[in-house]
Design a protein around this ligand. Structure first.
Ligand code: FES
Length: 263
């Protein structure tokens, strides 16, 4: 790891060479809004909210800090009047895009926007469903890049763009891991666990079976997720498939053998 010095809003910071400026700024407590950034995923640069001004060689320009790599001597400004204006404009667009999201509404207020000049989907089309998605793409990227399940993607184009499973039908690729819901900033992805199965309602009612602990009967995890973990980590004892975390701990404490667990 090689450290470099960068300047954010006139203050010097030692950061890792090549790391996204947004990540370094977050760590330093510099307030830069972001909707489509997640440390565990490749930068996407979709929401444009993390815009900063870069000062280099006497020139300046705006760019997204999530895609800007830290290099020695880099100087950025995060709170100029121009940036504040850009953020406000973007927040108005997101407010129109996701008027039913508390998260977006609160974020907009924080950055000085109470109302949007733009019409929401409901205003354009009477009876349109509740809108909370800002198309940040985090759910798509976590499902495809990090989990490797490839259940969801962007569908349609322009104002009709949405996220869903292929052909908007239940998918048989889902592991039921809930990573999509965990990263969604507007918390719109609905998942319910009922009668031994997990249903991701938002992805066309995609459903997976839940596996129960053979010792205590509590849910261990979704079946496809357990199978995928065991497929990738081939040295895991098969017994672990069927035993919940609590019973595993008990097993370790008592130092029982796998055979004992089966009793
Ligand atoms: S967080 Fe940088 S563009 Fe969205």
């Amino acid at each position: 790891m090689h450290n470099v010095t960068i300047i954010i809003d006139g203050k010097k910071y030692q950061v890792e060479q090549g790391e996204p400026v947004l990540k370094a700024a977050n760590r330093a407590g510099v307030d830069i809004p972001a909707l489509c950034y997640h440390e565990g995923l490749a930068a996407f640069g979709a929401c444009r909210l993390c815009m900063v001004e870069v000062v280099a060689g006497g020139r300046k320009g705006l760019t997204t800090s999530c895609t800007l790599a830290a290099v020695e001597g880099l100087e950025v400004k995060s709170d100029t009047e121009e940036i504040k204006g850009v953020r406000k404009g973007l927040m108005e667009l997101y407010l129109a895009e996701a008027p039913d999201s508390d998260y977006i509404r609160e974020m907009a207020v924080k950055y000085g926007v109470k109302e949007s000049r733009f019409a929401s989907k409901q205003e354009k089309k009477k009876g349109a469903p509740e809108e909370k998605c800002v198309l940040c793409g985090l759910c798509v990227r976590v499902c495809n890049e990090a989990v490797g399940a490839g259940v969801i993607n962007f569908i349609a184009r322009g104002p009709d763009t949405t996220v869903n499973s292929a052909y908007q039908e239940p998918s048989d690729k889902c592991f039921g891991c809930t990573a999509c819901a965990d990263v969604c900033p507007t918390k719109l992805i609905k998942i319910s666990d009922k009668k031994g199965s997990r249903t991701v309602e938002t992805w066309s009612q995609t459903s997976v079976e839940l596996h129960k602990c053979r010792i205590c009967g509590e849910v261990v995890a979704p079946d496809p997720l357990i199978n995928e973990v065991h497929r990738k980590l081939t040295d895991l004892p098969d017994d672990l498939k069927d035993v919940c975390v609590k019973c595993r701990r008990r097993y370790r404490t008592k130092k029982l053998s796998h055979m004992d667990m089966a009793k």
